[in-house]
Write a protein that binds this ligand. Structure first.
Ligand code: AMP
Length: 402
């Protein structure tokens, strides 16, 4: 098991914190959801309160390494942090626009740091070494901290220099998990290993392929599985229904059948949409019909679950003590096909169960539905949470443990 910030003697020391500030930004450069920044505050504040000099680093989107581009700069994150981190003495940011992470300016600012000051470095992916897990780059980063703290749950499934290579440069007394990372990992472990039952998984999203491993593992853990979203059509087709132009992964039809067979064998109740919202084209302005799943017309596609399905799923959720939700029930980005996802979000939020929401899209649905505060736990990492459900080890976590 890894150490957490509380186990380390960081008082008055320099601490390098790898955060996940990869927040969504609109076309005007506004941060549309700052949950990831706010979630990192407890760790940052804890270090400030212990008179540390704090250096923060994060990736942001996928810039071309070595080239500064405004749209990939962490500057908006710096501004938001400045608003949120009210107790800081000084928050510095490398504004040299050099396209380097370890720039002259960053080093100058670092030299200037006093206890309780904070420095935010530029986007780690401006350096080509970051995504290559380059040890040299990791060494350069490690000069910014006597201690290494990883609080970037959303990036822990990636073998990158600031997540993986850098951890090998610190012994166990000098590295550990931030509060957010520890909370995310403990939560998923606790729920997957010892859930309060009935345990219901609600799985949606576009494709079976992306969630195949997770579905296979969940089958041996849960009492019920509810399937919605695009992936439902591969299962419906596997049951012999015609699904028109709906999203189907033909090569996974057999796999879908196997999953349903396994569910039956494990006495896991398996729920598919009984009705769907169909449209002749993938557009918000198209005509729609509400039809039973057995009656999807040839040229039409299913883009949301219908009202009978939401009622059925609500019944199935009724006695749940634990609900894990990953993946929207329909194309929720378009208003016409958002209702199924929004309603499911309300039902999950209203239930008395422990509710865990994983995945960026799913968290987005919960936010649009206004349900985030009603969920027990909304994970900040989509890919990483899926890997945990699959039972895979995350490179960022194993690196903290070794
Ligand atoms: P994922 O990344 O696999 O969780 O998938 C999320 C995406 O699935 C969202 O962008 C949804 O628009 C999409 N999605 C959900 N339901 C459907 C559907 N019936 N047909 C096509 N795409 C869908």
């Amino acid at each position: 098991m890894f150490k957490t910030l509380k186990d380390l003697e960081i008082d008055g020391k320099t601490v390098f914190i790898r955060c996940d500030f990869n927040v969504p930004i609109d076309e005007f450069g506004n941060i549309t959801d700052d949950r990831r920044i706010r979630s990192a505050l407890p760790t940052i504040r804890y270090c400030i309160d212990r008179d540390c000099k704090v250096v923060l680093a994060s990736h942001f989107e996928r810039p071309e390494p070595g080239k500064f581009e405004e749209k990939y700069s962490l500057y908006p994150v710096y501004k938001r942090l400045d608003t949120l981190l009210k107790i800081k003495k000084e928050l510095y940011f490398d504004d040299s626009k050099s396209g380097e992470v370890i720039s002259k300016r960053a080093l100058e600012l670092f030299e200037k740091l006093e206890p309780r000051d904070v420095l935010l470095l530029e986007n780690l992916r401006f350096d080509p070494g970051e995504t290559k897990d380059d040890l040299e780059f990791a060494k350069q980063l490690s000069q910014f901290g006597e201690f290494y703290i990883n609080d970037a749950f959303g990036a822990c499934h990636r073998k990158h220099a600031s997540i993986h290579a850098i951890a090998s440069l610190y012994d166990k007394e000098h590295k550990g998990a931030g509060f957010l990372l520890a909370k995310e990992v403990n939560f998923f472990h606790k729920v997957l290993e010892n859930p309060s039952r009935p345990f219901v998984a609600v799985v949606g999203g576009s494709k079976v392929s992306g969630k195949l491993e997770a579905l296979n593992r969940l089958i041996s853990k849960v009492d019920k599985i509810i399937i919605g979203g695009g992936m439902a059509f591969t299962f419906l087709k596997a049951q012999g229904y015609e699904v028109g132009n709906s999203l189907v992964e033909e090569d996974l039809i057999d796999e879908a059948r196997t999953i349903m067979y396994k569910a039956k064998k494990n006495k896991v109740k398996f729920y598919l949409p009984v009705d769907v919202v169909v449209a002749p084209e993938f557009s918000d302005h198209t005509t729609v019909k509400y039809l039973p799943s057995q009656e999807i017309p040839e040229e039409w596609m299913g883009l949301d679950i219908g009202p009978a399905s939401t009622r059925l799923f609500r019944e199935a959720l009724n006695d749940a003590h634990t609900i894990m939700w990953n993946g929207p029930m329909g194309v929720y980005e378009m208003e016409k096909f958002a209702k199924g996802s929004i309603k499911m979000s309300h039902y999950i939020a209203e239930s008395h169960a422990t509710t865990i929401v994983g995945g960026g899209d799913t968290a987005d649905v919960a936010a649009r539905a206004g349900d985030v505060d009603e969920m027990t736990f909304v994970s900040t990492g989509g890919g990483a949470s899926l890997k945990l459900i699959e039972g895979e080890e995350l490179p960022g976590i194993t690196a903290l443990e070794s």
